[in-house]
Design a protein around this ligand. Structure first.
Ligand code: ZN
Length: 284
């Protein structure tokens, strides 16, 4: 579905437009193994955006398709009502495009079935520079793709998969910057998904405690509660969301620095207004 996506480095937002998705019949249909798709190939179109969009929607009879088109922001017709550059998604996530042709050389393993492609609108004449927002758009796409895949997504230039046959994107494109971003972003995503944090605290009443329970349930986080005490153990990408709920609710309190291994018990002392009591909570 169409939505806002963001370059996590600059914070720049883009509108991902999917209304023309699968207009184009020039593709190989569904991927048999979605996990085989590990690479992203970057191109320049050697054209202007209206022409690029027509070709990549299959309207010009050219037997080619790509997953993403990043328009030329200087055109002005490809901004949404909030001034965000529109990125077109033209193929579904699980469809093999006809994007890179035959691969040769060192990176011959990068094929249409193991990759997706991003076309960046640029005349490709060596004089038409890439706009900063186009580079940020490419990063926003990579961030979106990696989050979806939770695996490393390596970036290639088309000239790397077809040396001698292709020159795109031409050298003004900051390829190394985009490659470095993909490595860093992958690492961060994996770190967030595999590093666990244990968070414990207490609630002043059952209403505020229920907010923890609801958030944990909606995220699929396992938690335990006993009296006013609560505790959960989850990867960082999820604990951050629950921690935000705790921070926003004045009746929820966190114990910082409580370190408990999974499967063990922790005793928590909470002053309930009458006296200090102890609750036993198991980390699951
Ligand atoms: Zn290309």
């Amino acid at each position: 579905m169409s939505k806002v996506i963001k370059d996590p480095v600059s914070g720049k937002e883009f509108w991902l437009e999917t209304k023309y998705m699968l207009d184009n019949k020039y593709h190989s249909g569904k991927r048999t193994n979605p996990k085989a798709r590990k690479y992203m190939v970057v191109h320049h179109t050697a054209g202007n955006t209206p022409g690029d969009l027509s070709v990549l929607r299959g309207q010009a009879g050219v037997r080619v398709s790509v997953k993403y088109l990043v328009p030329d922001p200087q055109d002005g017709n490809y901004l949404d009502d909030k001034g965000r550059l529109i990125i077109y998604q033209l193929l579904a996530h699980d469809v093999v495009g006809w994007s890179i042709g035959a691969s040769t050389g060192e990176y011959a393993y990068v094929t249409n079935s193991t990759s997706d492609s991003i076309e960046v609108s640029n005349l490709g004449n060596g004089k038409d520079t890439f706009e900063r927002s186009q580079v940020e758009a490419v990063k926003a796409i990579i961030a979106l793709e990696e989050h979806r895949l939770s695996q490393e997504l390596r970036i290639f230039a088309h000239f790397e998969t077809a040396p001698g046959r292709k020159v795109d994107p031409y050298r003004a494109f900051p390829l190394q910057e985009v490659k470095n971003f993909a490595i860093y972003h992958t690492f961060k995503e994996v770190y967030m998904a595999t590093t666990y944090r244990h968070v414990a605290g207490w609630a002043e009443d059952s209403l505020s405690r229920q907010k923890i329970v609801d958030e944990c349930n909606s995220l699929g986080i396992r938690y335990t509660v006993d009296g006013p005490a609560w505790e959960f153990h989850a990867p960082l990408n999820k604990t951050k969301t629950v921690e935000a709920v705790v921070a926003a609710e004045p009746k929820l309190h966190r114990f910082n620095g409580v370190l408990v291994e999974a499967g063990t018990h922790s005793n928590m002392g909470v002053a309930d207004g009458i006296g200090t009591k102890q609750w036993n909570v198991t980390v699951v």
